[in-house]
Design a protein around this ligand. Structure first.
Ligand code: SAH
Length: 359
């Protein structure tokens, strides 16, 4: 570790200082500093994104995930585009402006189906931000989805350790995930990634490397959640690490990426009843209430003990108001583009590429 930090001190001295502070600080000191940095950039606001889990078919068998292909106990569903649009409409009518559509890696959900969803949403909500989270797809698909109007994409790298990554993801290498992230950036998406904390085989060194990878990728959004063993997966008997690991990881990423949007994840709220509040106090500035229709909500179980399975999306909104108040923050329902993304857009507008302007 010391050698890694020495090398880092030469290439990115600020990151090296932050990691040293992280290693030398108890959790309350770390959290206090991350909260200070978060409020300095993002104020007291917490952006709200409506989450629609629309498809639990998956061609992959990641060993951590409850909806892995090889789990025969899952009742599979695939919402029709029109159902997805109606679900988003309810959220829009309740005042939400940004929506995350998440599903398994399912080639049967075609680009044409996504186009139908996006056209449907923009017909009544032209200003909505639509975020996709549907795994690795071809560069061509990513371009088509961006052109169809999706503006953000979430694809966690899950762990930055190449050996652990390959083991957990059924042989798919980390480099493939990283290439997909580069493809997403090239397609013009606001890009989010992130990782789970507390995976079996994960060391403190890997946790630090995870956070540093988020910084070197220059992410606009970073999702961090505790790993929660699912009984129907090969990792079902793994040790459950305490929430504190996710709290420390969130604080470290906030310090390394002050401008990123960081959600207080549902997994954190599922592991600990105050998990999301703890992450918000440690620098998270986004919450994702679940809008998934009640008829299928229980079938999208990535991990056991998932919260809010019986509430309606609107119940969730009221509850989030209270939760953000507990940590002295306030709910905001705008699009909530990340400041890093907005700055890049402004930069692109003012500094025209010579290729666009041949003189
Ligand atoms: N198919 C998409 C979406 C994956 S689900 C994709 O491949 O990107 C969203 C996230 O849930 C995953 O990226 C993973 O980090 C998380 N997740 C999966 N299983 C989990 C578990 N057992 N505990 C905690 N988080 C889990």
């Amino acid at each position: 570790m010391e050698e890694v930090l020495e090398a880092l001190a030469r290439t990115d001295p600020e990151a090296a200082r932050i990691v040293e502070f992280y290693r030398g600080s108890d959790t309350s000191t770390l959290v206090r500093e991350a909260d200070r940095v978060c409020r300095g950039v993002h104020g007291d606001g917490v952006w709200i994104r409506g989450l629609v889990e629309f498809d639990n078919h998956c061609q992959r068998s990641c060993s951590y995930c409850g909806i892995r292909k090889d789990n025969a106990n899952v009742r599979r569903f695939r919402l029709e585009p029109a159902q997805v649009v109606e679900t988003v409409r309810e959220g829009w009518n309740a005042g939400l402006k940004s929506f995350v559509l998440q599903g398994g890696e399912d080639p049967a959900y075609s680009v044409a189906m996504f186009r139908e969803i996006l056209d449907g949403i923009f017909s009544f909500a032209p200003a909505a931000a639509v975020v996709l989270s549907v795994g690795i797809r071809s560069k061509r698909d990513y371009k088509a989805l961006r052109e169809a109007g999706a503006s953000r994409y979430l694809l966690r790298f899950e762990t930055s350790d190449p050996v652990l990554h390959r083991l957990l993801r059924g042989g798919i290498p980390l480099s493939r995930r990283l290439r997909a992230l580069a493809d997403l950036r090239e397609a013009g998406f606001e890009v989010g990634s992130g990782y789970m904390v507390g995976l079996p085989g994960e060391t403190e060194q890997i946790r630090i490397a995870n956070a540093l990878l988020c910084r070197s990728l220059g992410l606009d959004m970073v999702g961090i959640g505790p790993f929660i063993p699912h009984p129907d997966t090969p990792l079902g008997n793994s040790f459950q690490e305490p929430i504190e690991l996710a709290v420390r990881a969130t604080a470290l990423v906030r310090l390394l990426l002050p401008q990123a949007n960081i959600p207080a994840t549902t997994a954190a709220g599922s592991l600990h009843k105050a998990g999301r509040e703890k992450l918000m106090a440690a620098g998270a500035n986004v919450l994702m209430p679940n809008l998934t229709p009640g008829s299928v909500r229980k079938d999208y179980l990535l991990y056991p003990g998932k919260i809010c399975l019986d509430e309606s999306g609107l119940d969730c909104l009221r509850c989030l108001d209270v939760r953000t108040g507990l940590v002295n923050k306030v709910v905001r329902t705008g699009r909530g583009d990340s400041p890093s993304w907005t700055a890049r857009q402004e930069g692109a507008k003012t500094s025209k590429s010579p290729l666009e302007n041949p003189s």
